[in-house]
Design a protein. Structure first.
Ligand SMILES: [Fe+2]
Ligand SMILES: [Fe+2]
Length: 284
C-alpha cells in the first residue's frame, strides 16, 4: 500500500486523478481515515493547496453519452431496474469526485476545519454508496461500466469552478437535494421487485444524503453571513446563473427542512406554483 500524500488537498487531487471506480473509492476511504485520525489525535493533516484536474479521471467504461442518446428502458422491467442502478452508481462516483473537488479547488478561501470535516465525511460516504451499488449490480450479473452513462455529470462542477458560493448552491443544495426528492420512489420500485439488496443500499444512501445537503446549507449560510449577503436572494441568483432549467416538484419538503433548506429557497425556482403560493420562476 502506497503512502498517502501529506496534505488534505493533495489527497483530494490523488482521488480525483485515480480513474478506476473501486480504486478511487478505496483511496478516498483511506484519505478520510487518515484525516479523521489526525483530527482525533490533535495533529490534523495540513490543508495545503489543491491542484485539481479540470475533469476527474474516470474509467474507460462506462461509455459516456449525451442524455438524449441514452437508451430508454421501461422502469418496471428488469433491464430498466439495472439501468437505474447503473445510473445511481454513476451519480455516486461523480459525488465522490464532487466532494473531493470542493476540498481541493477552494483552498485559497480560508474556511474553518469543520468545513473539511464535513466534506471528507461526505466523500467517504459517497465512496461507500458507490461500492454498495456496484455490489448490487454484480449480484444481479452486471457491473459498473456495463451500460452507457450520462456525459454531463461534471457540468455543475465546471460551471462553478471559480465560485464557492455557486458550487454550494448548485451541488449540495440543488443536485443532492433532488436526490432526497426522488430516492423514496426508487426504494418503492425495488421493494415491489423484491430486491432487498437494492432496497437496503438505497436506504443507506437516502439516510446519509440528508447530511450532505445540510452541510451545503450550513456552509452556504456561513459564507453569506461572512459577506453580509442575503442568503435567499443569493441562492436564487446563483441557481439561475449556474443551473440550467427550473427545479422540478414534487419536493421532499420534510427532508429538505431537515437539511436546512426552507420552501422559499426552492419554490420560486420551480416550474410550478407552490401550494403555499410562492411565485413561479419568471426567468426565461
Ligand atoms: Fe451518495
Ligand atoms: Fe451526497
Amino acid at each position: 500500500m502506497t503512502d498517502l500524500p501529506a496534505t488534505l488537498a493533495a489527497c483530494a487531487d490523488a482521488v480525483l486523478t485515480t480513474a478506476d471506480g473501486r480504486a478511487k473509492t478505496a483511496l478516498s476511504k483511506r484519505c478520510a481515515e487518515a484525516w479523521f485520525a489526525g483530527r482525533d489525535a490533535g495533529t490534523p493533516m495540513p490543508i495545503g493547496t489543491g491542484n485539481p484536474p479540470d475533469n476527474p479521471a474516470r474509467p474507460e467504461k462506462p461509455e459516456l453519452l449525451n442524455p438524449r442518446d441514452m437508451p430508454r428502458r421501461r422502469p418496471g422491467s428488469a433491464a430498466g431496474r439495472l439501468a437505474l442502478l447503473h445510473a445511481v452508481a454513476h451519480i455516486e462516483l461523480n459525488a465522490v469526485d464532487l466532494h473531493w473537488d470542493i476540498i481541493a479547488r477552494f483552498t485559497a478561501t480560508k474556511m474553518p476545519m469543520g468545513f473539511y470535516d464535513d466534506w471528507v465525511k461526505a466523500a467517504a460516504e459517497e465512496s461507500k454508496h458507490f461500492n454498495l451499488v456496484c455490489d448490487v449490480l454484480e449480484s444481479l450479473g452486471s457491473h459498473y461500466g456495463a451500460l452507457p452513462a450520462h456525459a454531463f455529470m461534471w457540468r455543475a462542477a465546471a460551471d462553478t469552478r471559480d465560485d464557492l458560493l455557486g458550487r454550494l448552491a448548485v451541488v449540495p443544495m440543488v443536485l443532492e437535494a433532488r436526490g432526497l426528492d426522488v430516492t423514496p420512489s426508487m426504494i418503492a420500485l425495488f421493494q415491489k421487485a423484491d430486491l432487498p439488496g437494492a432496497v437496503s443500499a438505497l436506504e443507506t444512501i437516502y439516510a446519509e444524503e440528508v447530511s450532505h445537503v445540510a452541510y451545503g446549507s450550513k456552509w452556504f449560510h456561513f459564507l453569506c453571513g461572512r459577506g453580509d449577503i442575503d442568503p435567499k436572494e443569493a441562492f436564487h441568483d446563483l441557481v439561475r446563473r449556474y443551473f440550467h432549467g427550473a427545479l422540478k416538484p414534487p419536493f421532499n419538503e420534510e427532508k429538505r427542512a431537515e437539511a436546512g433548506i426552507p420552501p422559499d429557497f426552492y419554490w420560486p425556482l420551480a416550474d410550478e406554483v407552490s401550494p403555499a403560493g410562492h411565485s413561479r420562476n419568471t426567468k426565461p
